[in-house]
Design a protein around this ligand. Structure first.
Ligand code: FAD
Ligand code: DHB
Length: 390
């Protein structure tokens, strides 16, 4: 099999890259180790920055997003028994849209298949070869057989656990990393959201987040131990803990319902530089991870591939090598802005070290500063809705 750009991974990064390349007349093949059903039902992120919505709309993918997505103009912070709204749109002129990652994935798969695009599901990339030649090869396994995809370039969009990043030789890439002593237990519940905007709650027992997917479905998160076993969280325990951490404002109560899905996500900050080695270009979670508190993961993945698609178009249409050469440095500016913001939101909102009362006092002072200073709230808001230029 041969194509121009071989793409490993059918998450938001790989699918969007394939779609953007198609719009520019560039061929690609996407290899995805899981089934179509699996990737379309994997519950993950849910917040799209204004820039991501604009990108999806410009690429012809806005129809269902604009109809079903929930546009939010603010978020709420709860701490010390108080509630404060950060009026994002008033402060920045921009907004976010709540639309599940799996819906973005479904829309992208439908668009690619309708245009005759090639996505090979249950095709597991096992090895990349010839990355320092003009004709790299992705070796993959499908139906128990090994096959080859020959291409001009490989786009490694295969997430944190993928093979692409590891194909660069030892010492060629530098890793910057931080792990956190907690994880998130995420649940999807058949319960009408009791809020109209997302609630980020700082509580002595740990962080909680109230989000949603639709007028009938809530998406909720609890800070838990890093090695937490989901089995230790029967539904009643989840609701009790959510009540404790979120029902801190007089007159407000949670709506409960049946829990449709639950999973534990570890928290990590991680960047590998540069985001390229020879003819391998890395994008999305394959090359950087943020803790989810800033809602940046999917947005960064989309921003990376928008740049990468432009760079490939420069190469194929005009013989320009400079955009591909500059891809990593340009993408990393946004990546590090999001790294800082995600680390900052995480540090401000989670229960850190129980034995360090100084740290707890500083957290409360930071939250109070966001709640009272227009300048500081604007800083949070412009990062949250996404900076057009970084
Ligand atoms: P992915 O979506 O991970 O896609 C990579 C794809 O590559 C996958 O489909 C995978 O199956 C495939 N793949 C892997 N290896 C191979 C191989 N060898 N061959 C072929 N295919 C391969 N962000 C938030 O903002 N909020 C959240 O609540 C949130 N929750 C998350 C929960 C989990 C469990 C995870 C893992 C991430 C979460 N994120 C969240 C982050 C966000 O979902 C990611 O940033 C986003 O998925 C990145 O998209 P991507 O396309 O780069 O990677
Ligand atoms: C959601 C996830 C996040 O990580 C976040 O910060 C806000 C919302 C969500 O899944 O809806």
């Amino acid at each position: 099999m041969r194509t121009q750009v071989g793409i490993v991974g059918a998450g938001p990064a790989g699918l969007m890259l394939s779609h953007l390349l198609h719009l520019r007349g560039i061929e690609s093949v996407v290899l995805e180790s899981r089934s179509r059903d699996h990737v379309e039902h994997r519950v993950r992120a849910g917040v799209l920055e204004q820039g991501s919505v604009d990108l999806l709309c410009r690429a012809g993918l806005g129809e269902r997003l604009l109809r079903e997505g929930l546009r939010h103009e603010g978020i709420e912070l709860r701490f010390a028994g108080e509630s404060h709204r950060v009026p994002m749109t008033e402060l920045t002129g921009r907004a976010i849209t709540v639309y599940g990652q799996q819906e973005v994935v479904k829309d992208l798969i439908a668009a690619r298949l309708a245009a005759g695009g090639r996505i090979l599901f249950e095709a597991d990339a096992v090895r990349l070869a010839g990355l320092d030649s003009d004709s790299p090869v992705v070796h993959f396994r499908r139906d128990g057989r090994e096959e080859e995809l020959r291409c001009d370039f490989v786009a490694g969009c295969d997430g944190f656990h993928g093979v692409s990043r590891r194909a660069a030789p030892e010492g060629a890439l530098t890793t910057y990393e931080r792990t956190y002593p907690f994880a998130w237990l995420g649940v999807l519940a058949a319960a009408a959201p009791a809020v109209t905007e997302l609630v980020y709650a700082h509580h002595d027992r740990g962080f909680a987040l109230y989000s949603m997917r639709s007028p009938e479905i809530s998406r909720l998160y609890l800070q838990v131990a890093p090695d937490e076993d989901v089995a230790a969280w029967p539904d009643e325990r989840i609701w009790a803990e959510l009540r404790t951490r979120l029902e801190t404002v007089p007159g407000w109560s949670l709506t409960e319902g049946s829990i449709l899905e639950k999973s534990v996500t570890p928290m990590r900050s991680f960047v590998v530089e540069p985001m390229r080695w020879k003819r391998l270009f890395l994008a999305g979670d394959a090359v950087h991870i943020v803790p989810p508190t800033g809602a940046k993961g999917m947005n960064l993945a989309l921003a990376d591939v928008a740049l990468l698609a432009d760079a490939f178009a420069g190469w194929y249409d005009r013989g320009r090598a400079d955009l591909l050469a500059g891809y990593s440095a340009t993408a990393l500016r946004r990546v590090w802005r999001a790294q800082h913001f995600s680390w900052w939101m995480t540090s401000m909102l989670h229960r850190l070290d129980r034995d360090d009362p100084y740290e707890t006092k500083v957290q409360t002072a930071t939250l109070r500063y966001v709640a009272t200073s227009r300048a500081y709230a604007t800083s949070l808001a412009e990062n949250y809705v996404g900076m057009p230029e970084v």
